[in-house]
Design a protein around this ligand. Structure first.
Ligand code: GUE
Ligand code: MG
Length: 292
């Protein structure tokens, strides 16, 4: 068997196009331009790549893009003050503070300061809680992108066995919540899981989000399973995911590539969340097709 390649890059381009259509309508009919502020503290080169690409795509969708680049030695108070200014800024509908933050800055404190209505990452405790009880406020971008691709590829996910590998707050946990919301039977596996290979082998859907290059190998995969690779690992061999792509593609039914899979969808979902937040802030109906 050779897996279908789930083309996240093409899917993301379609979603960004839909976003651009909604933006054009907001501008033309209401004189409102959705605005996204991205805050980057320090000069991690990988973060710089993502932030630049977010800015470029935000502008290409017709939205306002504001970037705040702060030095690595920025104090927590200065960062909190910037977040407070963005909270109060009526031109800004979405705020993203790029993680991880430098040591010495309390990440939880910063995330808690972002207004939940502008929290387009979905990391504020309020949005985390709403997601957990099935009331969706802002859905985290990477898991949202994964669900959109899974629905597109599989249709109804009800009753499928899903295994998520990795229990981070930004991917693993919200991913498990969303899969539950799709009526999957969800296992959230992690580094202490016993017989991880055996657990993964039962899955119809595998989501790998651990940050270990090529950890998931062909012998872990049930023939025909759908494999979503969230990993972005820079190695001597270039950018690779958490899944051994060549091996797993020979067994799986479908697989997302790295690059060109989950990454582009994450950014497209960020733009979609910003438009959703903008509509809510202005009491306008939520555009269809931008969220679940
Ligand atoms: N508050 C916050 N929210 C985030 O969403 C967030 C963050 N912090 N910190 C860093 C991670 C990482 N991240 C990526 C987004 C897009 C690609 C992406 O588009 N990747 C391309 C390749 C890019 C390349 O070549 O490096 C792809 O997979 O095809 C990757 C990684 C968002 N993150
Ligand atoms: Mg772990």
């Amino acid at each position: 068997m050779t897996a279908d390649i789930i083309d996240g890059k093409a899917f993301a381009a379609g979603l960004r196009n839909k976003v651009a259509g909604h933006v054009a309508r907001l501008v033309a009919d209401h004189g409102i331009t959705p605005g996204l502020a991205v805050v980057l503290v320090g000069d991690d080169p990988a973060s710089d790549v993502y932030v630049r690409s977010k800015g470029r795509m935000t502008k290409a969708a017709g939205m306002l893009s504001v970037e705040h680049r702060l030095p690595a030695d920025t104090t927590q108070d200065d960062l909190l003050a910037l977040v407070a200014r963005l909270n109060a800024d009526r031109a800004i509908h979405g705020i993203l503070v790029q993680l991880p933050l430098p040591k010495g800055i309390d990440e939880a404190r910063v995330l808690a300061t972002i207004l939940p209505a502008k929290d387009v990452d979905g990391f504020h405790i309020s949005n985390v809680g709403l997601l957990a009880v099935g009331q969706r406020a802002m859905v985290p971008c990477t898991p949202l992108g994964c669900i959109l691709m899974l629905r597109e590829h599989l249709g109804d996910l009800s009753g499928l066995d899903a295994v998520v590998i990795g229990r981070s707050n930004i991917v693993g946990k919200p991913m498990a919540q969303l899969l539950l919301g799709e009526n999957c039977t969800v296992t959230l596996a992690h580094s202490r899981t016993r017989d991880l290979a055996g657990v993964v082998r039962r899955a119809d859907i595998v989501v790998a989000a651990v940050g270990r290059p090529c950890m998931v190998t062909a012998d872990w995969i049930k023939p025909g399973a759908t494999v979503i690779d969230v990993g972005i690992n820079r190695t001597d061999a270039g950018l690779v995911g958490d899944v051994d792509f060549a091996g797993v593609a020979a067994v799986a039914g479908a697989i997302t590539p790295v690059p060109g899979g989950v990454g582009p969808m994450t950014i497209a979902c960020l733009l979609a969340n910003t438009v959703t937040a903008c509509c809510r802030a202005n009491g306008l109906p939520e555009p269809m097709g931008l969220t679940l």
